[in-house]
Design a protein around this ligand. Structure first.
Ligand code: AMP
Ligand code: GLY
Length: 421
């Protein structure tokens, strides 16, 4: 088969690495890919937003399955464009991807179908939003409705912070059109877990859970990032809890989308808060997490491609394979200054030595090649990922590998996986 992965970050590197191992795949393309992905796929210089070019490429190259990594092309309808051209895509339609693309849509769906989540209200003008903040009381969360590259949720400790966040979104338009509408919601306390399932439009299977570490500094201090590292499995997220989440959250949400005329095909990422009142939804995403995907792929059993195909085509699932008890950790190595301004083009040393260590894979997130030298090209640069028999061993392996890598200004957290290890 001929497959195409759309995207060029750490998540897509992990997907390409796993897909390339499938005996079903004889040709793998990536658009645009990155230097790490180029070891497993032929990278073509087409951006994830160039839908016309992607469809033309997939048609011309007789691609059997296009796996769409990031949310932006999904929300903008790339899966629909591919389907219209008679091609098969892994990833939901724009209608179903609205579960991530519009927080107002997603929260409203949860309210109408009784899916547990934080109390909230949606506003198109700041005065009403400010009034509702006073009704809720601080702490609370102000969220831009649309996609904001992971930065659209502002946790506010005080009402003054909330007023500032509302002004930032709705008046100063920090998130552009995405912040014209805001969701204001109650602050939930608990452990956060990212839980992943595959849906084929009618039926669902669980993959696994991971826990992300979003803050830039150790001990969850500093501003939020796209994710500084994660681990899987999550000790507190046992079989009973998974079953409860499937029955009270995942299945009802997928049924709701189908009833609303937008059956979901692809991977559904349920961001959960394990509160004292039980698991509640923080957010839904229409794609794998980044870096959660990296931690998942190194422990995923068997061939991923038949699962992706069944989800994309709406076919029955292949025979279930259970996930081993192996533990994995992904430590993101970032550019100095991230999530703020950072310098790019800095030479990276030690990736080969890191990968020579047992159980270690180094997934490229923001890298480029310049004069045959690997250089930094993004905020999150590498996802150093290790799999081992225990969480302690995975943490030791990942940090041992991180120790081999260096570039100017390199920053990483030293406590990934330690929260619940
Ligand atoms: P989101 O973009 O909705 O995933 O929010 C980003 C991050 O903000 C989440 O991963 C949480 O850490 C935090 N967050 C969002 N909503 C809430 C909430 N209602 N209560 C507590 N924390 C939240
Ligand atoms: N790691 C969080 C996300 O992918 O949204």
């Amino acid at each position: 088969m001929r497959l195409l992965v759309v995207g060029g970050g750490g998540r897509e590197h992990a997907l390409a690495w796993k897909i390339a191992q499938s005996p079903l795949v004889d040709t793998l393309f990536a658009a645009p890919g990155n230097p790490g992905i180029a070891r497993h796929a032929r990278c073509v210089d087409i951006g994830v937003d160039a839908h016309g070019e992607l469809v033309d490429f997939a048609r011309r190259e007789r691609v059997d399955l296009t796996v769409i990594g990031p949310e932006a092309p999904l929300v903008a309808g790339l899966a629909d464009r591919l389907a219209e051209a008679g091609l098969t895509a892994f990833g939901p339609s724009a209608g179903a991807a609205a579960i991530e693309g519009s927080k107002a849509f997603s929260k409203d769906l949860m309210r109408r179908y009784g899916i547990p989540t934080a109390r909230f209200a949606t506003f198109d003008e700041p005065a009403g939003a400010r009034r509702f903040c006073r009704e809720l009381g601080a702490p609370l969360v102000v969220k831009a409705d649309g996609l904001a590259a992971g930065k659209g949720a502002i946790v506010c400790a005080t009402l003054e912070d909330a007023d500032a966040a509302i002004a930032e979104c709705m008046e100063r338009k920090a998130f552009g059109a995405a912040g014209a509408r805001v969701v204001v919601e109650e602050f939930m306390v608990g452990q956060e877990v990212s839980f992943f399932v595959l849906s084929n439009g009618g039926d669902v299977i669980a993959l696994a859970a991971a826990e992300d570490h979003k803050a830039i500094f150790d001990g969850d201090r500093g501003p939020n990032t796209g994710g500084m590292g994660c681990y899987s499995p999550v000790a507190g997220f046992d079989e009973a809890l998974e079953k409860r989440v499937m029955e009270t959250i995942v299945r009802p949400t997928l049924a709701a989308l189908a009833r609303e005329g937008a059956p979901y095909r692809g991977v559904l990422y349920t961001g959960l808060m394990l509160t004292a009142q039980g698991p509640r939804v923080v957010e839904f995403n229409c794609r794998f997490g980044d870096p959660e995907c990296q931690a998942l792929m190194v422990r995923a059993p068997g061939d991923l491609v038949p699962l992706l195909l069944a989800a994309a085509r709406g076919d029955a699932w292949p025979p279930a394979r259970s996930w081993s008890s192996a533990a994995s950790v992904c430590v993101n190595v970032a550019s100095g200054g991230y999530p703020g301004k950072y310098q790019a083009g800095l030479p990276i040393r030690g990736v080969e030595a890191a990968e020579a260590r047992p159980g270690v894979r180094v997934f490229h997130a923001g890298t480029a090649t310049r004069n045959s030298q690997l250089v930094t090209a993004g905020g999150r640069v590498l996802g150093v990922t290790a799999v081992a028999e225990s969480m302690e061993a995975a943490i030791a392996a990942a940090y041992g590998a991180v120790g081999e890598i260096s570039f100017d200004g390199m920053h990483y957290r030293t406590d990934i996986g330690r929260r619940r290890a």
